[in-house]
Design a protein around this ligand. Sequence first.
Ligand SMILES: CC(C)(COP(=O)(O)OP(=O)(O)OC[C@H]1O[C@@H](n2cnc3c(N)ncnc32)[C@H](O)[C@@H]1OP(=O)(O)O)[C@@H](O)C(=O)NCCC(=O)NCCS
Length: 203
Amino acid sequence: MTTFGRVPFPISLTGEGVQLREWTSEDLDDLVELLDEPDIARWTPMPSPFDVAAGIAYLKRAQQGRITGQRLQLAITADGLRPLGEVLLFGVDPGLKEAELGYLIGAPFRRRGLASAALSLLSGYAHSTLNLSRLLLRIDPANTASTSVARHCGYRLTGEPPILQEGPYGPSSLDTWELVEAHTGARKERLRNVPTRRYGRRP
Ligand SMILES: CC(C)(COP(=O)(O)OP(=O)(O)OC[C@H]1O[C@@H](n2cnc3c(N)ncnc32)[C@H](O)[C@@H]1OP(=O)(O)O)[C@@H](O)C(=O)NCCC(=O)NCCS
């Protein structure tokens, strides 16, 4: 059992203007609608087209990941209801107290601060509750939306050699980003303004 295997089921995390909750089988249609999308096909390892069969397999894998304690996949919602995206924690190494995180947001819901809010919330939970001290992101440097989210949340490039991979779009490389503790306070301060940015009001 990993450190991560002690996470109770189900969990719900609320803060930063979002609510993260477990996926359920009732989310299948919304999941397919969110994930069957060109940017998600381009920047994540999701199958494309992402059809109902892919959705069923995805929800099953998420459920198995919770049972084995290998993965924590949470739907990003505004209020615990309709899923707008996903944030996940995987690749947990209890010895090194290390894990990787990932995120995606459905195309109609982007540029509202949702990925930043969800990543910040799950990073905080992973750090303080799961006692994971090294939190990592692996991002293609050409994915400017994702690198912006990483930087916004206090992650910084580690300088580790890029991870080379072959995909349907040809060879690519992934840089490793790590959450920098010193930036946690500043990040929280910035995120306090996320709802303001989301609705276009000035403080
Ligand atoms: C990457 C992704 C999750 C960003 O989600 P989002 O909710 O739109 O991101 P946010 O609204 O939290 O934006 C955070 C920052 O990124 C910037 N940003 C978001 N999308 C951007 C884009 N397309 N180009 C440039 N900057 C972008 C925002 O302006 C904001 O910057 P700021 O901190 O300076 O204000 C979303 O574009 C997505 O799902 N892409 C496809 C899947 C993917 O790439 N996942 C990550 C794989 S590593």
